[in-house]
Design a protein around this ligand. Structure first.
Ligand code: ADP
Ligand code: MG
Length: 729
């Protein structure tokens, strides 16, 4: 039974007997189970057999074949969630974790948060001691390891969407490999939509079973048989095969015909809308799925589609009406669910989605895919230390996945919004793992907190660039998270590891305690964790600017956000008020939740006293700005000059150029920063600022978002180890 290609389905229900205690209450009897018509259902027995006998099982299968929703139900049914154990399924995206949990609870006929639940950062639906199937983000499972390093409450951990190669998934795979050595009873399932199994299999290969292990196993089997015959002691759990097993789920897919543009499109949002409308006007049945890169583009596309829908509704001759729907991470849950509902009679659904629809979520009924061939991606330059979001071409592997979404129901069509030549020459074959294009500060902090001191020697599925690791160590040292020997410091290091925040933002929160503005900064940090507090409405750009201007202050975006939150609170947290001011009510409510959780965590870890409210600075916003400077000094930039564009229209005041403070010593530093036009400080010229994030724009510019004006002296005061004297400001 050591053959890793053990494809023969075994007898069902062969659980390691030690895991079934005789004195357990019976399972709740009333579950309905899953959807037997899905491709993965035909592999149920085989999967259960392999999971029982192998430490690691790799499941490959097309999107929509049932890996995410069905496999946990098979395991539950077979008894893997008895004896106090649960089954964990990780997802790289929070939207996937919440929607899939909702779906599975529905299939099993239980309320979400009882037997089936989810946990994502700052939000969960769980019942302690009762939730047996738990969908969580890979990041949340990593945090659970801080409290329970061997993840001892789980009998099976399913790492789903492994092909995405998110930073947290890669990190998790490395750590799970370590845990497996200590917990032979733990079973790992890795599921992936692509056929890159060889790499995963090699990574998890525990080697051929040693003679000693074989002997142990024979002895265990003999003891089990003897015990069973005597009807007494439960036998010990078997020693699983350490060579991963691989199952390939053959799905039902139909051919998809791919079309390209004749000439490149200048604006892919418009091109996507036009393609969707011309597909619609062909008047053949089938829903349309459009891939775009982010919320703004999706809202713009949905707005344009709605205009077309109105126009077309007036003209006769089309049998279907257009029903445009958005799908992206920041969308309120109810609206997310709308795309999964079956299309009403007489309508054609047109879903404009981000990458979430590539493999994480399946939308039924799609026959046409319109692909802009771009994605918003993290990218990191370890030399400049700048991590930014960049709209980049997708890989050919991603493009194939996206096209595949059109072939689930019947033969479909995929329209790629680029020329065939550009597709062949400009797109990389595969996506670079996130680990290799990210700032690693958070990851290194977490590894250190888990007791992994030598991060250079950690077993990686794909090692990150050495410069990026060195850079992360330097930054953590600058934040006083690590001491001279690269060990976590007891005050800052341990505290920041306990907070589910990126270390710089965590440092802002810690600094606010001494500055007496914890009350305000808790709210601010929670708000800053959300990307979209403002909800731009179609065609109301000017009105949004006016609304923003009402709350804007010269201190910058941080204090402006606090003003917004305060006004919303004093208007009874009213949804109507939020809408009138172009604010995202859902995001504001979530921020309140996040704030409460952060406050709870700080109290639990002794970072704030439990018996009194956190200190508040009332009107004194300077201390809030100081706190921001204290955590964000790595992101400090000074005003340098105005750059005039010779081609700009007359009257153009030019663009203020900023430079990173930590680079002012290098005269040749080529990085030019400017303030993003979403900032209240856009076009103004504070002498020194700190920013929250940067985004790459054209021509070598980096645009700062979440900008706060600070005084250069503060930087010297707050981080004397970084800034010796006021620089050239
Ligand atoms: P995989 O993980 O293999 O991509 P899933 O388990 O996610 O597949 O999906 C299996 C089936 O369940 C698909 O046909 C999909 O349409 C359906 N499904 C999944 N989530 C939902 C949902 N929230 N609402 C309706 N149907 C869903
Ligand atoms: Mg899935």
């Amino acid at each position: 039974d050591d053959d890793d290609r053990c494809f023969e389905p075994g007898p069902p229900g062969l659980l390691p007997d030690g895991m079934r205690g005789p004195d357990l209450p019976p399972m709740q009897p009333t579950y309905r189970f899953g959807d037997p018509s899905l491709p993965v259902s035909r592999y149920r027995r085989q999967i259960l057999y392999l999971v029982e006998n192998h430490a690691t099982t790799i499941i490959l299968g097309e999107t929509g074949s049932g890996k995410t929703t069905q496999v946990p139900q098979f395991l539950f049914e077979a008894g893997w969630a008895e004896n106090g154990f649960s089954i964990a399924i990780t997802q790289p995206r929070r939207v996937a974790a919440t929607t899939v949990a909702t779906r599975v609870a529905e299939e099993m006929g239980c309320d979400l948060g009882t037997t089936v639940g989810y946990a994502v950062r700052f939000d969960n639906a769980l019942t302690a001691g009762r939730t047996r199937i738990k969908y969580l983000t890979d990041g949340v499972l990593l945090r659970e390891m801080l409290d329970d390093p061997l993840l001892s409450s789980y009998s099976v951990i399913i790492v789903d969407e492994a092909h995405e190669r998110s930073l947290a998934t890669d990190m998790l795979l490395g750590l799970l490999k370590k845990i497996q050595r200590r917990r032979p009873d733990l079973r790992l399932i890795i599921s992936s939509a692509t056929l890159e199994a060889a790499k995963l299999r090699d990574f998890f290969d525990g080697g051929t079973v040693s003679a000693a292990a074989a002997k142990r196993r024979a002895a265990a089997a003999a003891a089990a048989a003897a015990a069973a015959a005597a009807g007494s002691l439960p036998p010990p759990p078997p020693d699983p095969n350490r060579t991963p097993a691989v199952v390939t789920v053959e799905g039902r897919t139909h051919p998809v015909q791919v079309h390209y543009l004749e000439t490149p499109a200048p604006n892919y949002v418009h091109a996507a809308v036009e393609s969707a409308v011309s597909i619609h006007c062909e008047d053949l049945p089938g829903d349309i799925l459009i891939f775009l890169t982010g919320q703004e583009e999706i809202q713009a596309a949905v707005g344009l589609l709605e205009e077309h829908a109105r126009r077309l509704a007036g003209s006769r001759g089309y049998s279907l009406k257009l029903l445009p729907l958005p799908l992206y991470a920041g969308l309120p849950g109810a609206q997310q669910q709308a795309v999964f509902r079956s299309t009403p009679r007489g309508y054609r659904k047109v879903v404009a989605a981000t990458n979430i629809a590539e493999t994480s979520l399946t939308i039924e009924g799609v026959v046409y895919v319109v692909d802009c061939c771009f994605v918003k991606q993290r990218c990191y330059n370890p030399l400049s230390g700048l991590e930014s979001l960049l709209v980049a071409p997708i890989s050919k592997a991603s493009a194939a996945q996206r096209a595949g979404r059109a072939g689930r129901m019947r033969a479909g069509h995929c329209f790629r919004l680029c020329t065939e030549g550009d597709f062949a020459n400009q797109l990389p074959e595969v996506t670079v793992p996130e680990m290799q294009r990210s700032n690693l500060v958070s990851m290194v902090l977490q590894l250190k907190a888990l007791g992994i001191d030598n991060v250079m020697q950690f077993e990686w599925l794909a090692p990150p660039p050495a410069e990026a690791l060195v850079r992360a160590l330097e930054e953590l040292h600058a934040l006083k998270v690590l001491d001279e020997d690269a060990r976590l410091t007891p005050d800052v290091g341990l505290a920041l590891a306990a907070l589910p925040l990126e270390p710089g933002l965590g440092a802002v929160l810690l600094a606010s305690r001494e500055l007496g503005c914890c009350e305000e900064v808790l709210t601010l940090v929670a708000l800053m964790g959300l990307h979209h507090v403002w909800a731009p409405a179609q065609g109301a750009v000017h009105a949004l600017e006016e609304a923003k201007a009402k709350f804007a202050t010269a201190e910058g975006d941080g204090v402006t956000l606090l003003n917004v939150h305060k006004a919303w609170r004093s208007n009874g947290r009213s949804a109507a008020w939020a809408q009138r001011h172009f604010l995202n009510q859902h995001a504001l409510l979530r921020a309140d939740d996040a704030r409460d959780q952060l406050l709870g965590l700080m109290r639990r870890h002794g970072l704030l006293p439990a018996d009194k409210p956190p200190p508040s600075c009332e009107q004194d916003m300077e201390s809030v700005c100081r706190a921001l400077a204290a955590g964000r000094f790595m992101n400090a930039a000074v005003f340098e000059r105005i750059e005039y564009n010779p081609l700009a229209p007359e009257g153009d005041k030019g663009t203020p150029v900023f430079r990173l403070v930590r680079y002012t010593a290098q005269r040749t530093n080529p990085i030019k920063l400017r303030i993003h036009n979403s900032s209240v400080l856009w076009r103004s010229m504070p002498s020194c600022v700190v920013y929250n994030t940067v985004q790459q724009a054209d021509n070598g510019w980096y645009e700062m978002q979440g900008v706060t004006a600070v005084r250069p002296e503060w930087l010297v005061e707050l981080a004397p180890h970084m800034f010796h004297k006021p620089g050239p400001m």
